[in-house]
Design a protein around this ligand. Structure first.
Ligand code: FMN
Length: 164
């Protein structure tokens, strides 16, 4: 059990890139880190800590991220867990509360509620009629704050060092 898992659930790739940035930061603190699509994670048994992030769509987490949590709730009790979601676009980047189910699981596990990172929606990445419409208006753009993401990942790396 030497590795840290950074798992993500994405539709158009923005959350995957956040997961990769988090992994790079944690890795630079000499931790072994694996980045995986949440859909490809059966069990977290082999990992000593887990970071999990989902894109937000209509206020919901993507199903594969919720499934990872529900399937692994018992194992996650015994491991540090950090949660994030990516979503807000445009001028209002107010943090979103996670869906109730995710909050309830986080509370039972003893993890903090997910931190919110801005999202990305561009004409190039938008898929589907609604998304393409949204991508032509004020919501279009990349609102991910890489410094903020890096700072958060840094606090995780520090805590993992302390827990060694
Ligand atoms: C149809 C649609 C619904 C969305 N709903 C939300 C939402 O409820 N809350 C939010 O913060 N962001 C919402 N977003 C923004 C996405 O979460 C954002 O673009 C995110 O970064 C996409 O991540 P992904 O590329 O990993 O799929 C929505 C985007 C689309 C296209």
């Amino acid at each position: 059990m030497t590795e840290i898992l950074v798992a993500y659930a994405t539709k158009t790739g923005a959350t995957k890139e956040i997961a990769e940035a988090i992994a790079t930061r944690i890795r630079s603190a000499s931790h072994e880190v694996v980045v995986l699509d949440a859909a490809d994670v059966g069990s977290v048994e082999l990992f000593k800590a887990v970071v999990l992030g989902s894109a937000l769509y209509a206020g919901r987490w993507r199903r594969e991220a919720v499934k990872l949590l529900t399937r692994n709730e018992k194992l996650l009790h015994a491991r540090p867990l950090w949660l994030f979601h990516s979503g807000p676009l445009g001028t209002d980047l107010t943090p979103w509360r996670a869906p109730r189910k995710v909050r309830e699981i986080a509370a039972r596990i003893g993890a903090d509620e997910p931190i919110t990172f801005g999202g990305r929606l561009t004409p190039e990445t938008a898929t589907g009629f609604i998304a393409r419409k949204m991508a032509q208006g004020p919501m279009a753009g990349d609102f991910r704050d890489w410094d903020e993401i890096e700072r958060w990942a840094y606090t995780i790396a520090e805590r993992l060092v302390a827990a060694r």
